[in-house]
Write a protein that binds this ligand. Structure first.
Ligand SMILES: [Zn+2]
Ligand SMILES: [Zn+2]
Length: 132
C-alpha cells in the first residue's frame, strides 16, 4: 500500500501512522496523533509507528549522493589498479610485442609527413608509439 505522507486531518507532513486491521491505515502529524485517544496504544487490531522523515526530495538527494559515493569508490579503485598496471608494465621486458607501422603521408608540405610504429605488448598491455 502506498501511503501519502500527509496528515489524515490536516495538510501537515505526517509523523505517525496507525495501522488498523479493519479500518485502514491513517497518517497523523505530531499534533493530531497526540490528541487521538488511542495514541501509541497497540493491540492485535491496531499498531502505531513513527514514520521515517523522508520526503521524495530527500530520497532523490540520497540517491544522487549514493551514486557520487560509489563513483568516488570506483575512481579510487581504478587509480589503484592503474598504478599496479603501470608498475607491472615497468617490470615487463615487452617480449610479446606487436609492431604495426603507421604513416601520415601525402601532406601538402612533405616535411609534415611522418612515419611511426605502434607497439602493443600482449603481456603487460602497454601501448606506445615510436617514430620510424
Ligand atoms: Zn494533522
Ligand atoms: Zn610488456
Amino acid at each position: 500500500m502506498v501511503l501519502k505522507n500527509k496528515c489524515f486531518n490536516c495538510n501537515k507532513i505526517a509523523n505517525w501512522v496507525r495501522y488498523t486491521q479493519f479500518s485502514g491505515n491513517h497518517l497523523f502529524c505530531n499534533y493530531h496523533a497526540k490528541i487521538e485517544n488511542d495514541f501509541l496504544k497497540c493491540d492485535s487490531y491496531k499498531y502505531w509507528d513513527k514514520l521515517k522523515m523522508k520526503s521524495k526530495k530527500s530520497k532523490q538527494e540520497l540517491y544522487v549522493n549514493e551514486i557520487a559515493k560509489r563513483r568516488r569508490k570506483i575512481t579510487k579503485y581504478q587509480k589503484y589498479w592503474d598504478k599496479l598496471e603501470r608498475e607491472l608494465q615497468k617490470k615487463c621486458k615487452h617480449i610479446n610485442l606487436t609492431k604495426i607501422p603507421g604513416a601520415n603521408i601525402g601532406n601538402y608540405d612533405p616535411s609534415a609527413d611522418s612515419y611511426w610504429y605502434d607497439f602493443e605488448c600482449y603481456d603487460c598491455g602497454k601501448k606506445w608509439r615510436e617514430k620510424q
